[in-house]
Design a binder for this molecule. Structure first.
Ligand code: PRX
Length: 631
C-alpha cells in the first residue's frame, strides 16, 4: 500500500477530518504503508505509545522491501565536491553496503539497544551507517560536524555510545576539516565516554594518527564483511535514534525517536508535502546531523522508494551557482532547503540561477526558520520558475517530521505562511494563561493530542521531557514557538517565545552559551540573547560583566569560551562589556530588555520599577549609544 495522494482541497479536508474523527482507524490504515514483522493491532494506547504491539525494522522498510520491484533503481546519488566524483547506488547496492556495515558493527560487539555515534561529512557512509544501526537494532546518535570536541564529548558521555564512526577529514574546497582529530580531542577530554572503537572512513588519502587497539579504518573491514545481514525485529517503540538538540536549559538533550511511529510520520509527511512519485529525485540539503537530515535525507524518501541526492559541497563553491548546477546535472525534482541558504543565495542575484536549466524541479520546500515574504518570493520565482509549489514547513526535532505545511495542489500558498496543520495534527494557539484562542489570533503554538512522529522522550531524563513540553500548558504539547493565525486559518510562525536562539537554522539555548561563558574566570556575570540578523535570521549577542577590571582581550576570551565549548556555529556576533545586568527582584536577568536593547530599540521601556536595579538599563543604553557613536 502507498500513501494516498492529497492534491485537492477536498481531499485535504477529507484527510484532516478522517484523522481527527477516528485517529485510531486512520493511522492503523496508513500504518500498512510500512512493512511490519508483526502488524500492529492498535494505533495509540493509553500510555501514549504508537503501534504498541507492532514489530518492524526501519532498514527493511527503507531497503529490502524495494528490492523486488526497484532493486536496480537508484536509491542514492552522491555528488562529490569535485565535479567528477559521482556515485550512483541502486537499492540493491545500498542494501549490500548497509548489510556489510551492519555486520562490521555486530563484529564490534554492538547489540540491539546499544548506541553508535556517527560523525561524518557529506559522504554516503553517513546514510549507510544510520541504516546499518537500524538493521541491527542499534540506536544511532549522529553528531553534527560543526560541534567542538567538548560538545562531542558531552554528547558521547550522555548517550553512552560504545562505537563511533567518523572520517579522516571532511573536504571543503581546498580546506580539510579535521574530523578524526576532533574525535581524538573529544576522547582526550571526555573521561566520561564509553567509546571502545573508533571506525574511520578514509575520505582522502590523508594520514591521520590512529590509536592502536581503538581505531580502525572501515574500508578493509567492509570488504571482508558479508553483504547479507539478518535484520533485527524491533518493537515499534524501541528507540531508532537519539538526536541532541538545545532547549532553555544549559544541557543539550538527547531527543529519542522510536521506530514505528517515527518512520511512518517521516514517510507519510514526505509523501504528502512533496507529492512523492516514483522516479522523483529528492534533494534535501540538510546535514544528516540534524533532524531534517534524518527524516528527509534518509528515512522518509527511502521508505517511499525514492532517489535521494547527497551533495558533499557548498552552495557557492568553487563558484556561485554550484547548487543550481547540481540540480541541472542530476535532474532534481524536489528541493528542500533552509531560509538561511536562500537568503545567502538571493544576494548573488538572479543572473546566476538563470544560467541553469531548472525545469526538472517540480516542488520546493523550506525549513528551519521563519521565511520572509521576500525570500519566499525569490525562491519561488527565480528557482521554481513561478511554477513549483513552495512549501514552508514548520516542525521540530521533537516532532519527528513536518507538522504545519502547504500541501501542494491542495492549498493555495501565502508567501511566508506555513499554511495548515497536516492531517492528524491539531495545532492550537494559547494565550499566556493557557486559554485557547479562536479564529484570527496570535499566541503560543501548542499541539493537542499525539501524532505518530512525536518523540518518545529525552534520553535518560523523561521527567525533563514532561517538564519542558507537557507541563507549561497541561494537556498540550508546547512547541516553544509563537504563531499567528489569519482569518482564513493559515499559520504564520513568529519565532521562539523561549530562550532558544535560531542562528542560521541552528538551535542554540541562551543557557548553553551562558554556561560556556561562566567557565571563563574573567567573567563574573553574563547573558546571551538572540537579535534579528539579515542573513542568519538571528545572531547571538552577549553581555558580560567582568570579574574585576576588564582586560583588553576580554571580548575575544568570551567569544572563545563559547566556540570552544559549543563550536564555531555558536560564535557570538557581538560581545558587550557592561557593569551590571537588569534583574528582577528575585534575581533573574531580564533577557527581554537585553534583547530589545541589543536590537537597537532603546526607546519606550515602560515601567522599570519591578527591576531590582533599574539604573542598569540606563547604563546599558548609554553603553550602546557610546558604541554606536564610536562605530
Ligand atoms: O523555532 C522553530 C524553528 O526551528 C525550531 C526547531 O528547530 P529544530 O528542532 O532544530 O528543527 C529544525 C528543523 C525542523 C522550531 O521550534 N522552525 C523550524 N521550521 C520553521 C521554524 N520556524 C519558522 N518556520 C518554519 N518553517
Amino acid at each position: 500500500m502507498i500513501f494516498p495522494p492529497v492534491s485537492t482541497l477536498h481531499e485535504h479536508r477529507a484527510h484532516r477530518k478522517a484523522a481527527h474523527d477516528d485517529p485510531e482507524r486512520y493511522w492503523l490504515t496508513y500504518a500498512h504503508a510500512l512493512d511490519w514483522m508483526q502488524c500492529p493491532s492498535k494505533a495509540l494506547d493509553a500510555a501514549g505509545l504508537w503501534f504498541p504491539d507492532g514489530r518492524l525494522n526501519a532498514s527493511v522498510n527503507c531497503l529490502d522491501r524495494h528490492l523486488e520491484m526497484r532493486g536496480n533503481a537508484t536509491a542514492l546519488i552522491w555528488q562529490g565536491e569535485e565535479e567528477s566524483h559521482v556515485l550512483h547506488l541502486s537499492y540493491r547496492q545500498l542494501h549490500a553496503q548497509v548489510c556489510r556495515m551492519a555486520n562490521v558493527l555486530r563484529d564490534h560487539g554492538i547489540m540491539p539497544g546499544d548506541r553508535v555515534a556517527i560523525h561524518l561529512p557529506g559522504v554516503p557512509e553517513g546514510v549507510v551507517a544510520m541504516l546499518a544501526c537500524a538493521r541491527i537494532g542499534a540506536i544511532h546518535v549522529v553528531l553534527f560536524g560543526g560541534f567542538s570536541p567538548e560538545a562531542i564529548a558531552d554528547r558521547l558521555a550522555d548517550s553512552g555510545a560504545g562505537v563511533i564512526i567518523t572520517a579522516d577529514v571532511g573536504r571543503r574546497g581546498a580546506k580539510r576539516i579535521p574530523f578524526k582529530a576532533t574525535i581524538d580531542a573529544a576522547l582526550d577530554h571526555g573521561a566520561g565516554t564509553a567509546i571502545r572503537h573508533v571506525l574511520v572512513v578514509a575520505v582522502t588519502s590523508e594520514t591521520v594518527p590512529m590509536t592502536e587497539g581503538r581505531d580502525r579504518f572501515l574500508s578493509p573491514l567492509l570488504s571482508a564483511a558479508s553483504d547479507l545481514c539478518t535484520p533485527e525485529p524491533m518493537d515499534a517503540n524501541a528507540p531508532l535514534f537519539l538526536l541532541y538538540t538545545s532547549g532553555s536549559t544549559g544541557k543539550p538533550k538527547g531527543i529519542v525517536h522510536g521506530t514505528g511511529g517515527y518512520l511512518l510520520w517521516a514517510a507519510y509527511t514526505h509523501a504528502l508535502v512533496f507529492a512523492h512519485t516514483p522516479g522523483d529525485i529528492f534533494w534535501c540539503t540538510a546535514d544528516i546531523g540534524w533532524i531534517t537530515g534524518h527524516s528527509y535525507v534518509v528515512y522518509g524518501p527511502l521508505a517511499n522508494g525514492g532517489t535521494i541526492l547527497l551533495f558533499e559541497g557548498m552552495p557557492s563553491h568553487p563558484r556561485p551557482g554550484r547548487w543550481w548546477q547540481v540540480i541541472e546535472k542530476h535532474r532534481v525534482t524536489s528541493f528542500y532547503t533552509s531560509p538561511t541558504a536562500i537568503r545567502a543565495l538571493m544576494t548573488e542575484g538572479d543572473t546566476i540561477p538563470k544560467r541553469y536549466d531548472l525545469f526538472s524541479l517540480r516542488v520546493l520546500g523550506s525549513v528551519g526558520e521563519p521565511i520572509s515574504q521576500e525570500a519566499w518570493g525569490w525562491f519561488h520565482a527565480t528557482i521554481g520558475g513561478g511554477r513549483c509549489p513552495l512549501a514552508d514547513t514548520w516542525w521540530q526535532t521533537e516532532t519527528g517530521g513536518i507538522m504545519i505545511s502547504l500541501v501542494p495542489g491542495a492549498i493555495e500558498a501565502r508567501p511566508g505562511a506555513a499554511a495548515f496543520p497536516l492531517p492528524g495534527v491539531t495545532a492550537l494557539l494559547l494565550d499566556a494563561s493557557g486559554r485557547i484562542l479562536e479564529g484570527e489570533a496570535e499566541g503560543m503554538l501548542c499541539i493537542a493530542g499525539s501524532w505518530p512522529g512525536r518523540a518518545l522522550g529525552i534520553w535518560g531524563n523523561d521527567a525533563h521531557f514532561h517538564a519542558t513540553y507537557l507541563r507549561p500548558f497541561p494537556g498540550y504539547y508546547f512547541t516553544g514557538d509563537g504563531a499567528r493565525r489569519d482569518r482564513d486559518g493559515y499559520f504564520w510562525l513568529t519565532g521562539r517565545v523561549d530562550d532558544v536562539i535560531n542562528v542560521s537554522g541552528h538551535r542554540i539555548g541562551s543557557a548553553e552559551v551562558e554556561d560556556a561563558l561562566a567557565m571563563e574566570p574573567a567573567i563574573a556575570e553574563c547573558a546571551a540573547v538572540g537579535v534579528p540578523h539579515a542573513l542568519k535570521g538571528q545572531a547571538i549577542v552577549v553581555f558580560i560583566v567582568p570579574n574585576g577590571p576588564a582586560s583588553d582581550d576580554i571580548q575575544a576570551r568570551a567569544a572563545r569560551a563559547v566556540t570552544t565549548r559549543l563550536g564555531r556555529y555558536a560564535a557570538p556576533e557581538r560581545v558587550y562589556v557592561v557593569t551590571d545586568l537588569p534583574r528582577t527582584r528575585s534575581g533573574k536577568i531580564v533577557r527581554r530588555l537585553l534583547r530589545k536593547i541589543a536590537s537597537g530599540d532603546i526607546e519606550g521601556f515602560g515601567d522599570l520599577s519591578t527591576l531590582a536595579n533599574p539604573a542598569a538599563v540606563t547604563i546599558l543604553i548609554e553603553a550602546m549609544r557610546r558604541e554606536a557613536s564610536s562605530a
